[in-house]
Design a protein around this ligand. Structure first.
Ligand code: IFG
Length: 527
């Protein structure tokens, strides 16, 4: 009696033997190190063959962390958008032929030294993406997206192949905080316009978006206990337009959309200055004295408004505002503004900052403020955002343990004109051509600020002169792509001559995303 084992064994052998032998594809030579990756990875090694991406590719994700599956789904959606291919994620049905696999794995390897580190191994029959966290995996799939060529190879088999160059990418960010800011107060931007900006920031590995939700010209976030803030304060904007505001549901939708992209939202209520819209809504908030009497402001002046800093009712009001916003903000930060409080006496300003910082802590958040807050005795847990040319307070705060976000206006303000012919933007901090925005480094630009005190970088986009996506994109692109590299890549790996060639190769992506970028003459866009 021939044993069952032998029978099964013979069956398997004969099955395999009669499979039509997949003929070995003779791939053209590739070079992964020559792909226009932005931000530039820490280390890339080419092995010069190709992973043939086609409909018989499947994505498998780690079973030890369910958040990895969402990363796999995101990758599948983006591959479909770029190639039309429908890749299964963790397919269980036996009838989908799988020739090649993308594995997105959770790994605790010591080599993954930061939460966003990842290792990408591209081989002929498989791609391994290893990361400690889902955020790291998410950063890694942005690199994988950029490795998928724009053109297919149609000569190797009976169907088109997207040939992903084989090799290795070992990568991690220089700074853990890489952000942009959108001023939705001077001009209001819709949920969809903010989502589009988030999509592009995610592609370039940003991990934070700071929303400037209040200013003299507008209050943009619903506060249920103080409804006039949006009824009155949200009803106008620079230039006299209709303004607008986010309901708390809108805001939660933006927070969730950002979270899917492993981006945190940082809400800013700017105070005690830049508060005309709030004081117009509730006059008891107003400082009186030298501060301008609240009225609808559609101009672009700054520095004329202030909250009253000695009334308990003002702090009770702020407790409500901070409580309501903190409750719908999963990220760790609440931005209290603090800039340009020119009509608030210094001792009143310091008193105000120290009280408001405590309210932020009471509601479980770390405070961020523009660098003027460092005049006060702030907690080492508070973060100072350095924007102007007076770094001394920030440097003192750093000595006391605070981390610093570098947002130097002269290098990073996206609302500065590119040059004398660019249409939108201001010029008070000087013009910022694309190369000037790229060719510098925070470590050398801000003397006496130790590298370990730098939390990261943030490129603010103030909206006095813009009011829709096309105008936003004109100012933000391509410069913000350079800040993505400034925040992610090592200084020694950044070189303008190399970068501008990689930047020019972003055109297919920018066209696919309908990004109305400024076609600076400093780059040969090849069109
Ligand atoms: N400075 C003001 C902004 C905005 C900006 C425009 C800061 C921190 C000039 N404050 O930048 O409100 O008006 O470039």
């Amino acid at each position: 009696m021939i044993s069952r084992v032998v029978l099964v064994f013979v069956a398997i052998i004969s099955l395999v033997a009669c499979q039509p032998k997949k003929k070995e594809i003779n791939f053209p030579k590739t070079d992964l190190t020559q792909v226009a990756l932005i931000p530039k990875p820490l280390k890339t090694i080419a092995t010069n063959s190709a992973f043939a991406l086609d409909g018989e590719t499947a994505i498998y994700t780690s079973t030890t962390d369910a958040n990895f599956e969402a990363v796999g789904q995101f990758l599948s959606q983006k591959i479909k958008k770029k190639t039309g291919l429908d890749l299964g994620v963790n397919p269980t049905d036996g009838d989908t032929p799988v020739e090649r696999v993308v594995y997105i794995n959770q790994s605790d390897s010591e080599e993954l030294s930061t939460p966003e580190s990842y290792q990408l191994y591209v081989k002929k029959d498989s791609i391994f993406l290893n990361a400690k966290t889902a955020a790291g995996a998410f950063r890694g799939i942005q690199t994988l997206r950029q490795l998928i060529p724009e053109q297919t190879n149609d000569t190797l088999t009976d169907h088109p192949l997207w040939l992903i160059p084989t090799g290795k990418v070992l990568d991690e960010p220089r700074y853990g905080y890489r952000a942009s800011m959108l001023d939705v107060a001077r001009h209001f931007f819709t949920v969809d316009e903010v989502k589009k900006y988030l999509d592009i920031l995610a592609y370039y590995k940003f991990n934070a978006l700071h929303l400037h939700l209040s200013d003299d010209q507008g209050w943009r976030i619903e506060i249920k206990s103080w409804p006039k803030l949006t009824e009155v304060g949200g009803a106008s904007e620079v230039g006299g337009g209709e303004g607008g505001f986010y309901t708390q549901e809108d805001y939660k939708e933006l927070v969730a959309y950002a979270a899917e992209r492993h981006i945190i939202i940082i809400p800013e209520i700017d105070m005690p200055g830049h508060t005309n819209a709030a004081s117009l809504s509730y006059p008891f908030l107003h400082a009186g004295g030298k501060a301008d009497k609240p009225r609808v402001r559609t101009d672009m002046l700054v520095g004329y408004s202030s909250f009253h800093t000695r009334k308990d009712t003002v702090y009770a009001f702020l407790d409500d505002v901070i409580r309501e916003i903190a409750a719908i903000t999963p990220g760790p930060y609440f931005h209290i503004g603090g800039d340009e409080s020119h009509v608030t006496k210094k001792k009143d300003y310091i008193h105000f900052v120290e009280k408001v910082e405590k309210i932020v802590h009471k509601h479980g958040k770390q405070a961020i403020g523009w660098n003027e807050i460092a005049q006060a005795k702030i907690s080492p847990s508070s973060v100072v955002q350095l924007w102007n040319d007076e770094p001394h307070d920030a440097i003192n705060a750093a000595k006391n343990g605070s981390k610093i976000i570098v947002s130097s206006a002269k290098k990073m303000y996206l609302d500065m004109k590119y040059d004398s012919i660019s249409e939108y933007g201001l010029t008070w901090a000087g013009m910022i051509p694309v190369d000037v925005g790229y060719n510098w480094d925070p470590k050398t630009y801000i003397k006496d600020l130790p590298e370990e005190s730098v939390l990261g970088i943030e490129a603010p986009l103030w909206s006095e002169t813009i009011s829709n996506s096309a105008e936003l994109e004109y100012l933000a692109f391509p410069r913000v792509i350079g800040y993505a590299e400034l925040g992610w890549s090592r200084a020694e790996n950044r070189d303008w001559e190399d970068y501008k060639v990689r930047l020019a190769k972003q055109v297919p992506y920018m066209k696919r995303m309908d990004i109305k970028y400024y076609p600076t003459k400093l780059v040969d866009w090849g069109e």
